[in-house]
Ligand binder design. Structure first.
Ligand SMILES: Nc1ncnc2c1ncn2[C@@H]1O[C@H](COP(=O)(O)OP(=O)(O)OP(=O)(O)O)[C@@H](O)[C@H]1O
Ligand SMILES: [Mg+2]
Length: 246
């Protein structure tokens, strides 16, 4: 049984048909990357999975259970099981790093503060921010803020992690650290959906790659084939352009 099953999903922003008949199944422990031009709907697809964009038609199944987006307890369940790290990290500006990481696990998940604190310290160490525990977001670089956001998502112990452009603000040395954490998470059975413009990253970590264009999934393929032998001309045009820019 897939962990997430997306069936014929259509979603709109007012008149803009942003997700067109999306079909995608993701198994536990898979790392699925979404690539495609700016505006193709990658972030929207992730937002839809956490209930921030309600589909007009189609179904989502989480561990085989149909998600009813109009039902508060279903929304609570998906938000508990699926954590998202955005392109903009959305940290709480009035809380220091440690507090940013601990607040949801203690206040929303009502977990033991001491245990959460310990986990947060481990995670912040893992992302290289042990010396920034008391700093506020506006005292951090973009890359540092992004890593706080990653630690904050992981501290929720999600089953599924959605990552939207998480490496774009990181310098190469830190990209490697993040990649290492991601590999570790994958080996621990974490399912991930990753949006990235970093094609090397995508090639290296993905089980499968989804190419989107204008709100549709054009092709799903393994990472080798999508870059070297894509099935669709639109995919080829996109990957050749991206690889040429590098
Ligand atoms: N909140 C919103 N309200 C209205 N339109 C939106 C909203 N968010 C995104 N859009 C539009 O939906 C389309 C898809 O946007 P989305 O952010 O999903 O693209 P993307 O593939 O993630 O692009 P990028 O690579 O630039 O992040 C775009 O045309 C965008 O302008
Ligand atoms: Mg985006």
């Amino acid at each position: 049984m897939p962990q997430i099953e997306i069936k014929s999903i259509n979603a709109f922003y007012e008149k803009l048909h942003v997700l067109k008949n999306i079909e995608l199944s993701v198994s536990k422990g898979e790392i699925v990357s979404l690539i495609g031009p700016s505006g193709s709907g990658k972030s929207s697809l992730l937002k839809m999975l956490v209930g921030l964009l309600i589909p007009k038609s189609g179904n989502i199944y989480l561990n085989g259970n149909l998600v009813n987006f109009n039902n508060q307890s279903d929304l609570r369940i998906i938000r508990e099981q699926i954590a998202i790290v955005f392109q903009q990290y959305n940290l709480f500006q009035n809380m220091n790093v440690l507090k940013n990481v601990c607040i949801a696990p203690t206040k929303i998940q009502k977990r033991n503060p001491k245990e959460v604190n310990e986990q947060a310290l481990n995670l912040l160490e893992k992302v290289g921010l042990k010396d920034k525990l008391k700093s506020y977001p506006d005292e951090l670089s973009g890359g540092q803020q992004q890593r706080v956001a990653i630690a904050r998502a992981l501290c929720l112990n999600p089953q599924i992690l959605l990552l939207d452009e998480i490496t774009s603000a990181l310098d190469p040395e830190l990209v490697k650290e993040v990649l290492d954490s991601i590999r570790l998470l994958a080996s621990e059975g974490m399912t991930m959906l990753i949006v990235s413009h970093e094609m090397n990253f995508v090639k290296e970590v993905s089980s499968r790659v989804v190419f989107m264009d204008e709100g549709s999934i054009i092709e799903i393929n393994n990472p080798k084939n999508i870059f070297e032998k894509p099935k669709e001309k639109r995919t080829l045009d996109f990957v050749s352009k991206i690889l040429k820019e590098k």
